[in-house]
Design a protein around this ligand. Structure first.
Ligand code: ATP
Length: 309
């Protein structure tokens, strides 16, 4: 029994080491599906195993968290049923990214529990968590390889048909097919340069192929040109409609379609509900939306929430 106890202690130390390593990482990208952010990279063997299964349920049960004694999240509770989309909105520094980091297991709550399909996150190994969760970061770095490889990276056994289907759902198929070498076009430093919106749609195609059970979406804060923006939004709608999604959301088009909007301020949920309900309540959310609405149309349909975020 003593040996077993010592083994558990050593495992805990290794696990704590992994968590601490995550703490220093600048953003979610490095934790999950993406190559590290040091620019374009040489191809690598992918490690992900496809997890083809139902969308997950996620529960925050009275979660509090502090960085070095400074409380960042306070008594947070919410639930995402399988297939639901939850939009996290709120001013900068409110704690939205911290919520995402907790879901990724980079930190453990100081109190309360996070449950994935009823399983406490602290009992799920980092490698399993990596398989269950997919991240679409604000800015996607691509490998110095073909577009096809970059899409297939999450699942290299995917067939060409599956890659093309994922590209179609991510609304990037037309762009790729317009290139002379199509899916064999090299991207990155030695090849084609892609815009932020195109890179994010490739990240989406990669996620569509891998089918993680939970999707973490970190929406870009800056507006893209109108055509790119609309294609990206349509692609996101298709993907988030099928998967449990937690979105750090800046775009009203995403937020309006969410099953639940959580308005976060100073680490607390100050308001929650669907778009129409929150607008009717004329509280914090209403103020956030109307403060930046177009004076002509009165409502920024595809706008970006700029106020405080
Ligand atoms: P933004 O919209 O600007 O990305 P956010 O709502 O995602 O903001 P977080 O990044 O979660 O906010 O930060 C919440 C608070 O935690 C902020 O006050 C921030 O300064 C602090 N914070 C974030 N990361 C750390 C860290 N590694 N160590 C200490 N404090 C941190």
């Amino acid at each position: 029994l003593r040996t077993l106890y010592q083994a558990i202690i050593s495992l805990n130390i290794v696990y704590a080491g992994w968590r601490n390593a995550c703490v220093d990482l600048e953003n979610l990208t490095e934790l999950m599906d993406e190559p590290p952010r040091a620019g374009h990279l040489e191809p690598q063997e992918p490690t992900g195993v496809p997890e083809i299964s139902m969308p997950a349920a996620l529960d925050f049960d009275r979660v509090s968290f502090d960085y070095d004694g400074r409380e960042i999240l306070h008594d947070l509770s919410f639930s995402a049923a399988p297939g639901e989309t939850i939009a996290l909105v709120g001013p900068t520094g409110a704690g939205k990214s911290t919520i995402a980091r907790l879901i990724l297991g980079a930190y453990a709550p100081a109190s309360g529990r996070i449950l994935l399909d009823g399983r406490d996150l602290s009992t799920i190994s980092p490698s399993e968590l990596h398989r269950l969760i997919g991240v679409v970061p604000q800015d996607t770095q691509l490998f110095n390889d073909t577009i096809g490889y970059n899409i297939a990276y999450g699942r290299l056994d995917a067939t060409q048909d599956e890659i093309e289907e994922a590209a179609r759902l991510a609304q990037i198929d037309g762009f790729i097919e317009g290139l002379e070498k199509g899916y064999d076009t090299l991207v990155g430093e030695r090849g084609l340069k892609l815009s932020g919106g195109e890179r994010q749609r490739i990240a989406l195609a990669r996620i569509i192929l891998r089918k993680p059970r939970l999707l973490l979406l970190d929406e870009a804060t800056s507006a893209l040109d109108t055509g790119t923006e609309q294609r990206l939004m349509e692609a996101l709608r298709q993907v988030t409609a099928r998967q449990t999604t937690i979105a750090i959301a800046h775009r009203l088009s995403t937020i309006r379609h969410a099953d639940l909007i959580l308005v976060i301020e100073v680490g607390r949920i100050v308001e929650q509900g669907r778009h129409d309900t929150l607008m009717a309540a004329r509280g914090r959310y209403f103020a956030m939306v109307t403060n930046q609405s177009d004076p002509v149309s009165g409502f920024p349909d595809e706008g970006v929430l700029r106020v405080g975020s």
